[in-house]
Design a protein around this ligand. Structure first.
Ligand SMILES: [Zn+2]
Length: 283
């Protein structure tokens, strides 16, 4: 059996962060390197012939439709990251429904295809959010979600959630949860965002090999700003600032090094979800 890994990008601006006291709407229209960073990510993927899955914010797609077109033309999956990077759990079901309709509409108008994948901003689902969250995704014709951090940190996570792809409810929405490893008896992320920037490349590779040997998929996730050492900076407190910016130097090299070893194992999440739904892959 071939184990599929996934390379995913959350396509959002440098100011789309959900820390307390940060109102990202105040930064709208500021200088941005988003397009240049996405161009670099496309070039890196091209060099390794990897097709990624891109969870794109509706606001970004509305302001920069050509960025979505470029990713689509390069063969990457266009998926939804909601409209404006609002956390899911403080929303009412109706608010969330409206939010994903707006983001799907703008993305689908640009690419002329149905969007089937969704990732919650900042992994902001909780156990009691999940029933209506999956119900609305199913209603909107999504096939999968990649929204759960099956561990706990100060900002997000559901620690008792299964850490492999599965159908959490009777609805046809596959959940592909964030990849976690066991560290001193606790689950922790290692293959994306601040976790990928924090842990050394040799450790990430070692865990990926071990997971793949157990036939478990791994997904990498990064944001365009994470390969940009010249990005504009948010005014954050000590801890949030550390989490947000540590490891930025060398993040691109780390991504390239991971692709050097694992590039042939990457698949788009929609391809995988369709095969699972057709019964061609068992989860
Ligand atoms: Zn995000």
């Amino acid at each position: 059996m071939i184990t599929r890994n996934f390379l995913t990008f959350d396509i959002e601006e440098w100011f789309h962060a959900n820390y307390e006291g940060i109102d990202s709407s105040l930064y709208d229209g500021r200088v941005t390197n988003l397009e240049a960073n996405v161009d670099r990510l496309i070039a890196i993927c091209d060099a390794f012939r990897v097709k990624s899955t891109c969870f794109i914010l509706g606001d970004v797609a509305r302001d920069k439709p050509h960025v979505v077109q470029k990713l689509f033309a390069a063969g990457h999956e266009i998926a939804s990251h909601g409209s404006s990077h609002k956390l899911i759990y403080p929303m009412t079901p109706d608010e969330f429904h409206a939010d994903i309709q707006v983001s799907s509409d703008v993305l689908e108008q640009i690419i002329g295809e149905k969007v089937v994948g969704f990732r919650a901003p900042s992994w902001s689902v909780k156990s009691d959010t999940l029933p209506w969250f999956y119900e609305i995704l199913a209603h909107e014709g999504f096939l999968y979600s990649s929204s759960v951090y099956p561990a706990k940190n100060t900002l997000f996570g559901i620690p008792d959630f299964p850490d492999t792809s599965h159908y959490p409810t009777s609805l046809p929405i596959l959940e592909i949860p964030q990849s976690v490893m066991n560290l001193f008896g606790n689950r922790v992320g290692y293959a994306g965002g601040g976790y990928l920037r924090f842990f050394p490349t040799w450790l990430i590779k070692r865990v990926m090999r071990a997971k793949n040997n157990e036939d478990k998929s791994v997904f990498i996730y990064l944001h365009p700003r994470e390969i940009d050492i010249h990005q504009p900076r948010l005014k954050l407190g000590l801890m949030d600032g550390y989490f947000h910016y540590q490891g930025i130097f060398g993040c691109e090299e780390k991504l390239v090094s991971l692709l050097e070893e694992f590039s042939s194992s990457f698949d788009r999440m929609d391809t995988y979800a369709k095969k699972v739904s057709a019964g061609e892959i068992l989860v």
